[in-house]
Design a protein around this ligand. Structure first.
Ligand code: NIG
Ligand code: FE
Length: 412
C-alpha cells in the first residue's frame, strides 16, 4: 500500500484543472492526497485508492481550492500617503501629484530613510494579512528606493519575508519605477544606472525585472534598454503598461518575451495580438483602477478573443492601490471589468501562476503540484468573488502543512 502524509476528503474541489469539463474544474465530493508536500492524488472520494496515511481531514462538503497567488504587489514600503489621497479627493490628479515631486517619490523618501528591519516588520504584517486570506505565493517588487543600495535593501526584505513566513515570494527588481530627484532631467543616465549597476546587483535575489512605461515614468527606448539588460542577466521581464495612456509598452514587452504586462487599461488590439503571440499574461489591477478613479477599462473582450490569459492582482502599494483584501480584487474584476467570477478566480490561481512562471508547480490541484490549499466557507464558488471585503478563508495549507486557520490562528 502506498503511504502519504495527509488526506483531505469530502471537499468540493475547485481544481482549475483544464482537463475537467467544468470551468472551475469542480469535483464534488473530492479528495486530495498529500505526500512530501506535493499532491499525490486528486479526484472523487469514491475513486480514492487505499493509502497508509498519518492524518485525515474531513471537509464535510466545504470548498477547497489551490491557495491564491498575488502576482503583482509592492508590499515593501515606508511612510504613508494618506495626505496625498486627501489632495486627490480635493481635485488634484495622480499625475499632477507625481509631476510635482509627490506620489512614488514621496514613498521613495520614506523608504530610503527606513532601516531594513523596519521595512521587514511593516511588510511582514501586510503579508500575514494576505496569508490569512488564502494567499501562499506573492510577487513583491522593489521600486521605492531608486538607488542601488536601497533597491537591494528592498529585495533583501522581500527575500527575508519568504524565508520567515509560510509563503513563496517571487522577487522583482523595479528600479525603473520613477526618476529619482538626483537624476532630474537625466532619465537616460538613470537608466544607465539601472542597466549597469542595479540589474547586475539584483542577480541572485530577483527573478524578474519590471519597468513603469508611462508618460510620467519611462519611454519605450528606455524600457527596451532595461529589457535587454534583464535578458542578458538571465532575468524574466514584466511591465507596468498602458495604465494612464497608450504608449505601446505591452507590445514591446510581449515582443521581448515578457511573462506579463500589467494594468493595461489603454491596451489596443495590436498590443493584445502581440501578447497572444508570445503567451504574455495580462495582469489586471482593479484596485488601482478604483483608487485612481479611472474610467478607461481594460479590453476584456479583446483579451478573450485572442486567448490571452488574464491574471488579477492586488497591486498592493501605498499610493495607487492600498489594498488589503485579495478577494475584493476578484469582486472588482467582475463589477468593474465584466469578468465572470470563475475568470476572476482563475486570475488569482492558475493564470497568476503563469504570470510568475510557476504554473508547473502551482495554481491548480493536479498531481505533482505543491500541496498549497485554501479551504473556504462558501456555499458556491461564485461566492468567493461576491462579498465585498469579507474573508471566507477557513484554513490555509502550504506544502501540505496547515499554516493558518480561522479557529486556531497561526501554526508554529
Ligand atoms: O502599480 N504604476 C506604477 N506603480 C504603482 C504605483 C506606485 C505608487 O503610486 O506608489 C502601480 O500602480
Ligand atoms: Fe504596480
Amino acid at each position: 500500500m502506498k503511504t502519504c502524509e495527509l488526506i483531505l476528503e469530502n471537499f468540493n474541489l475547485l481544481t482549475f484543472d483544464a482537463s475537467i469539463d467544468d470551468e472551475w474544474g469542480l469535483v464534488r465530493g473530492g479528495a486530495v492526497v498529500v505526500a512530501d508536500g506535493e499532491i499525490l492524488w486528486v479526484g472523487a472520494v469514491e475513486d480514492l485508492p487505499e493509502f497508509e496515511n498519518r492524518e485525515t481531514v474531513n471537509g464535510g462538503g466545504s470548498f477547497l481550492s489551490p491557495s491564491l497567488i498575488d502576482c503583482h504587489t509592492h508590499l515593501v514600503w515606508g511612510g504613508s500617503r494618506a495626505d496625498e489621497w486627501q489632495m486627490r479627493l480635493a481635485g488634484t490628479s495622480y499625475e499632477e501629484i507625481a509631476r510635482s515631486g509627490g506620489g512614488i517619490l514621496s514613498t521613495v523618501k520614506a523608504t530610503r530613510a527606513a532601516s531594513e528591519d523596519e521595512l521587514f516588520q511593516l511588510a511582514k504584517r501586510r503579508v500575514e494579512n494576505f496569508i490569512a486570506q488564502g494567499v501562499t505565493t506573492v510577487e513583491i517588487k522593489s521600486g521605492y528606493a531608486l538607488n542601488v543600495e536601497g533597491e537591494i535593501k528592498m529585495l533583501r526584505v522581500a527575500k527575508r519575508l519568504g524565508e520567515s513566513l509560510p509563503i513563496d515570494v517571487e522577487i522583482t527588481l523595479l528600479g525603473a519605477h520613477a526618476l529619482p530627484p538626483e537624476f532630474k532631467g537625466k532619465a537616460n543616465d538613470y537608466i544607465g544606472l539601472v542597466v549597469d549597476e542595479m540589474i547586475p546587483a539584483a542577480v541572485g535575489l530577483a527573478s524578474a525585472v519590471d519597468v513603469f512605461t508611462e508618460n510620467i515614468a519611462f519611454d519605450l527606448k528606455q524600457t527596451e534598454r532595461v529589457f535587454s539588460a534583464a535578458k542578458n542577466a538571465g532575468l524574466a521581464i514584466k511591465i507596468h503598461a498602458e495604465q494612464l495612456s497608450n504608449m505601446g509598452g505591452a507590445k514591446l514587452a510581449a515582443e521581448s518575451e515578457a511573462l506579463s504586462a500589467d494594468h493595461l487599461e489603454y491596451l489596443d488590439e495590436p498590443g493584445v495580438e502581440a501578447m497572444s503571440a508570445f503567451g504574455t499574461v495580462a495582469t489586471l489591477l482593479p484596485g488601482a483602477f478604483y483608487f485612481l478613479n479611472e474610467t478607461q477599462k481594460p479590453p476584456i473582450e479583446l483579451l478573450r478573443k485572442h486567448g490571452v490569459p488574464i491574471a488579477i492582482a492586488s497591486d498592493a502599494n501605498p499610493g495607487s492601490s492600498p489594498v488589503a483584501s485579495i478577494l475584493l480584487m476578484a469582486n472588482m474584476a467582475c463589477t468593474f471589468f465584466g469578468m465572470t467570477p470563475c475568470e476572476s478566480l482563475r486570475g488569482l490561481t492558475i493564470n497568476a501562476a503563469r504570470a510568475l512562471s510557476c504554473q508547473d508547480s502551482q495554481g491548480s490541484l493536479e498531481v505533482g503540484k505543491q500541496a498549497d490549499f485554501a479551504i473556504w466557507d462558501v456555499d458556491s464558488p461564485a461566492e468567493l468573488a461576491f462579498a465585498i471585503g469579507h474573508n471566507p478563508c477557513q484554513a490555509v495549507y502550504k506544502a501540505g502543512k496547515k499554516v493558518f486557520s480561522r479557529d486556531q490562528g497561526w501554526m508554529s
